[in-house]
Write a protein that binds this ligand. Structure first.
Ligand SMILES: C[S@@+](CC[C@H](N)C(=O)[O-])C[C@H]1O[C@@H](n2cnc3c(N)ncnc32)[C@H](O)[C@@H]1O
Length: 271
């Protein structure tokens, strides 16, 4: 009975978020949901999951789903990608877009914001010519809780030391009276955060020159990956938009994407 309840819950979780778990992760469910389960006065995790799977999806379900997603991220995660971004990806886009002087970047599954702010800082540090361009950085995530933190741009000392050196900390962050570090408005205001579920069909516009979809496909099963890559395809600028995945992720055998190498970084463009 317990196994059946867990299986039904995993099916619901995958339907709504794409995240694919199985019985080897029962321990994770038990530990991550212990607090919510107690707050809901549920006698056990099994009873709680039974209640969740027999009611229509609402706020409590999303609170539970959010407790199960992995929000791990850091500033300038994967240095080789940021080197490629500065050395070839952005310079090539600048050449292609110099007519319209517009650059559109999407960070999907951005978690608590460090990825999008790293992009904004990298652009500011390395491409002063973009000052007169229309640069749009959109960042989305399923988790409202993560987005709330991202929008505030407030981080602990430990978080900022993961990826930022003292030069960038002094230049782009301010210490608050509560002892936290906040991203300065010049960078914060350059990123637009929105809720977004990768399972939902994406709007066809705007088209993006660069889409980051890093370290999220690893949580999805094959069918979900293909669906999400289909949605992302619609958002890429046709022919020359660039998709970047996480360092351990790749697209194999897709007819819709072709590989484009930027140094050691494998990117994908619509075929
Ligand atoms: C491990 S973090 C990756 C953060 C960042 N992209 C990076 O590479 O550092 C994965 C993020 O994916 C988000 N996520 C999981 N499923 C999602 C979905 N279906 N739609 C949008 N975001 C999702 C989670 O909320 C989480 O913030």
């Amino acid at each position: 009975m317990t196994d059946e309840v867990f299986t039904r819950f995993y099916r619901l979780l995958e339907q709504k978020t794409g995240i694919s778990l199985d019985s080897t992760k029962n321990y994770l469910i038990e530990s991550r949901l212990a607090e919510i389960c107690k707050a809901q006065d549920q006698p056990s995790i099994t009873e709680f999951l039974k209640a969740l799977t027999s009611t229509s999806v609402g706020d409590l379900h999303w609170q539970v789903f959010e407790a199960l997603v992995t929000n791990e991220t850091m500033f300038f995660r994967d240095r080789q990608f940021f080197d490629a971004l500065v050395q070839s990806i952005i310079p090539e886009i600048i050449v292609r877009r110099k007519g319209e002087r517009a650059l559109r970047i999407s960070c999907a599954a951005v978690s608590t914001g460090q990825e999008a702010y790293s992009i904004a800082i990298a652009l500011k540090e390395n491409f002063p010519e973009l000052k007169s361009w229309d640069v749009y950085i959109q960042a989305t995530d399923l988790s409202e809780r993560a987005l709330h933190r991202a929008r505030a741009g407030l981080y602990t000392r430990t978080e900022i030391e993961r990826g930022l050196d003292s030069y960038l900390i002094n230049k782009y962050l301010t210490i608050t009276s509560a002892g936290k570090y906040q991203i300065n408005p010049v960078i914060r205001d350059s990123v637009s955060f929105f809720p977004g579920n990768l399972l939902d069909p994406s709007p066809a516009y705007p088209k993006f020159d660069l889409i980051l979809l890093r370290n999220v496909l690893i949580y999805f099963g094959q069918a979900t990956k293909e669906k999400v890559l289909g949605h992302v395809h619609r958002q890429l600028s046709p022919a020359d938009g660039i998709l970047v995945l996480g360092a351990t992720e790749s697209i194999l055998g897709s007819a819709s994407y072709k590989l484009q190498q930027h140094g050691k970084i494998s990117c994908y463009t619509p075929s």
